[in-house]
Design a protein around this ligand. Structure first.
Ligand code: AMP
Length: 183
């Protein structure tokens, strides 16, 4: 496995459409997302295509934590999925991401939600992202960008949204998105 990673080139031959999920609930979350979007737009062999609305949501698993702000961006990239994951982790660490325990509050979380139509189940990467079909804060921004999106394995984003109707989500008006207090 390690050998494959070492010899696999970071660039695929063709460009792929890739959806990235962004989330933050520490240290000015909206600003964290905006900074991360700028970094994503500057990745090698990558073009930022679209940014969804920002949404506020309650912390998952009933945790007592600040509210999350989430969005999704659409990239066109030649980076292969594993190299892209490495770049995302670099951006997380640049923005002081710590991992003290599972589900802890975080300055920035970046997930590869979809990589073209590919289905990947490796030790480091599961695509489509395993939580993609269950979280309103992922499905709504995906719907913003591509209303007729069909997610491999799980189906139409429009139908999946109906199963999340009980999850509370608040749209963050664009002009107010960075008028926030530090957590
Ligand atoms: P997190 O705590 O959400 O930052 O999880 C990071 C871990 O999830 C990393 O060790 C990744 O290797 C793994 N992972 C598996 N699938 C994905 C994915 N689709 N996007 C991002 N990280 C993933």
């Amino acid at each position: 496995m390690v050998i494959i990673l070492l010899i696999s080139p970071p660039l695929d031959k063709q460009l792929e459409l890739v959806y990235i999920g962004l989330g933050s609930n520490l240290g000015f979350p909206c600003q964290q997302l905006q900074r991360a979007i700028l970094s994503l737009s500057q990745l090698q062999s990558t073009e930022l295509m679209q940014v969804a609305n920002f949404y506020q949501s309650l912390p998952f698993a009933g945790k007592i934590q600040p509210l999350f702000v989430n969005t999704v961006v659409l990239l066109k990239t030649q980076l292969n999925p594993w190299h892209l994951l490495k770049q995302l982790q670099k951006i997380e660490y640049q923005q002081a991401r710590k991992r003290p325990y599972r589900w802890s509050a975080r300055t920035l979380d970046l997930d590869i939600l979809l990589y073209g139509k590919r289905v990947i189940n490796s030790s480091r990467l599961t695509i489509p992202h395993p939580q993609i079909a269950k979280r309103a804060f992922v499905l709504y921004p995906l719907y913003d960008i591509t209303p007729d999106l069909v997610i491999p394995i799980y189906g139409k984003v429009q139908r999946l949204l109906m199963g999340c109707s009980k999850q509370q989500l608040f749209h963050v008006p664009m002009g107010l998105s960075c008028n926030e207090t530090k957590y």
